[in-house]
Design a protein around this ligand. Sequence first.
Ligand SMILES: C[S@@+](CC[C@H](N)C(=O)[O-])C[C@H]1O[C@@H](n2cnc3c(N)ncnc32)[C@H](O)[C@@H]1O
Length: 236
Amino acid sequence: MADWISFFDKDHPIYVNDVHRRTHARLIARGILHYVSSPDAVVLDYGCGEALHAGAVAEHCGKLILCEAAPGLRADLAARYENDRKVSVLSPEQAALLPNASVDLIVLHSVAQYLTREELDAFLALFHRLLRPGGLLVLGDIVRPDVWAITDAGALLGLGAANGFFFAALGGLLRTLVSDYWRLRQQRGLTRYSEAAIRTMLDARGFSAERATYNIGHNQARMTFVARRREPAAPA
Ligand SMILES: C[S@@+](CC[C@H](N)C(=O)[O-])C[C@H]1O[C@@H](n2cnc3c(N)ncnc32)[C@H](O)[C@@H]1O
């Protein structure tokens, strides 16, 4: 059965055109940079996707680690950043072998909705181990139980209107309705969390979390949580 990783690994209809793609990358870069606390920081962007934003982020941190599960995307990233000593590209298996307490900031943006609860919980345990004590985990684009596809569509149209691609966004939405995205979203659904549910999961894995005022990216109906690694972790 098709899965989300395969979906994101091929040319997909999420971006309606190149202006959308670049606007998205700019917003994500800005969102991640908001949490980079020092020019020496080691940053892990987990489930980074195309990561057109990576150059802008790498300029302002010590090291940027891009982790992507989709093999085709990962090969493209590795080729794009092969000569950039600040950027490394890892598979999830390689990221799991990073040294304990070696990362200052981990960003998981717009990924949690494609994971099962158990998968997200396993990632939280991994991230707790990889973060330095006091390090930050930023969970972005968390989809609430009461927010539906029509709200996502409205947010995309708003982004399009503000950035000169409203009609392309409208066309893109219509294409999405007959795409694998919609079929997968109908079949598998997105995993949704209330604010309380995310706080409970983070607390159980040894994080002190706050909901951020703004969600990273364009969709303010979704939520971003900023979670600081407590010491020690709660037992698994
Ligand atoms: C919407 S993209 C987000 C990309 C990027 N973080 C951004 O905000 O532009 C979703 C990402 O989730 C990743 N993903 C989906 N299911 C996953 C899984 N089970 N394990 C790891 N990554 C997964 C995909 O490979 C894809 O890169």
